[in-house]
Design a binder for this molecule. Structure first.
Ligand code: GLU
Length: 341
């Protein structure tokens, strides 16, 4: 009994030392004390909660059921700490933010060149679901975050069959989140029934020779990935993996190779917030990604990630409260990556 207790104490002491060494090696990722982080999140949350501008997405019918009052904020650090306020445990559909994690696996599976050659990293200046006839001349100027780019990216994920490809895709999502995520069946069915536009884009890209294998399989996996439920805390942890060079700071497991993290963050900086990526980067100065489910994620490389969830969207498709909250935090702590300190 006594020796078991000693072993337990020694074990905890060892773990404590390992965590301490990791923290010291990484340097303190927080710009202020943990207490001040909690205070800042609470203040910003209280400031924007009353803002009820924006509109919940309804072009995917199931998304329209989201509660417009929901508002959560979470921050996860590269050394494994998490801070959260508001509705940060409410599950919601990850939607477009899933494109980050499909891209991570496609980079792993197909390499950088395949993605650059077949999808590109252009700021398209076109809406996320574009690629209709009038845009055909832009065919080579896409990126992994417009729908057609993400569907093509998804088609590069390897596996002997569709089930194995999906299982590998989900495994990557889980590695990023540090837990088992699940698909929101209602959102998936709703999106599957209304995604004719995306199907047309997939076939078009198949005809151009960019999209691999069966376009309808890529569409199904893409749509399923968009329907994965996450919480604001999950998103913060997923972002913290990128802040931490691809290693999940909560589990110590690798989610993506370090060499691709810079690429992913670059795409987020170029085009993470649809057509307002320019103003976002100008004002916030961080690689970010939003989704029409109301989620938004921003990464401070080497330090931490901030996630917000609030369903009402601006005209570009970004969470109104989410954008305001992350911008406020960036200004408060001088997080813009071009800020000369
Ligand atoms: N699944 C959505 C679509 O394909 C993703 C849109 C988004 O969040 O931007 O329309």
């Amino acid at each position: 009994m006594f020796s078991a207790l000693c072993r337990l104490l020694a074990g905890s002491l060892f773990l404590g030392i390992v965590l301490l060494v990791q923290t010291v090696q990484a340097g303190n990722p927080l710009p202020v004390s943990p207490k001040a982080v909690k205070r800042a999140l609470a203040e910003i949350h209280a400031r924007y909660q009353p803002d009820d501008s924006g509109k919940v997405a309804d072009y995917i019918p199931a998304l329209a059921k989201a509660d417009p009052h929901h508002f959560g904020l979470a921050l996860a650090t590269a050394d494994g700490r998490i801070f959260a306020v508001g509705d940060s445990d409410v599950p919601f559909a990850i939607e477009s933010i899933s494109k980050i994690f499909a891209l991570a696996l496609a980079f792993e599976d197909a390499g950088r060149k395949a993605i650059l050659d077949n999808v590109g990293v252009y700021h398209t200046g076109l809406p996320f679901n574009s690629m209709i006839a009038s845009d055909v001349r832009q065919v080579k100027l896409q990126n992994p975050f417009v729908n057609v780019g993400a569907i093509t990216t998804t088609s590069f994920i390897k596996g002997r069959n569709s089930a194995e490809k999906w299982q590998r895709q989900m495994k990557t999502f889980n590695l990023f989140a540090g837990r088992r995520l699940t698909v929101n069946r209602e959102v998936f069915d709703s999106e599957e029934a209304t995604n004719q536009h995306n199907r047309a884009l997939a076939w078009l890209f198949k005809s151009f020779g960019y999209l691999q294998d069966d376009p309808m399989d890529a569409i199904t996996r893409y749509t399923r990935a968009c329907s994965v439920n996450v919480t604001c805390k999950d998103l913060a942890v997923m972002g913290a993996c990128l802040a931490n060079g691809g290693l999940n700071p909560m589990t110590g497991k690798r989610a993506v190779r370090k060499e691709f993290v810079r690429d992913i963050l670059s795409v987020m900086a170029i085009t993470g917030l649809y057509d307002s990526s320019g103003p976002w980067f100008f004002h916030v100065g961080l690689p970010g990604k939003s989704g029409v489910g109301g989620g938004i994620l921003a990464v401070v490389p080497g330090k931490f990630a901030v996630a917000a969830y609030s369903p009402p969207l601006d005209r570009f498709g970004n969470s109104v409260r989410g954008v305001k909250a992350v911008e406020a935090l960036s200004k408060l702590w001088g997080l813009h990556v071009f800020e000369v300190k």
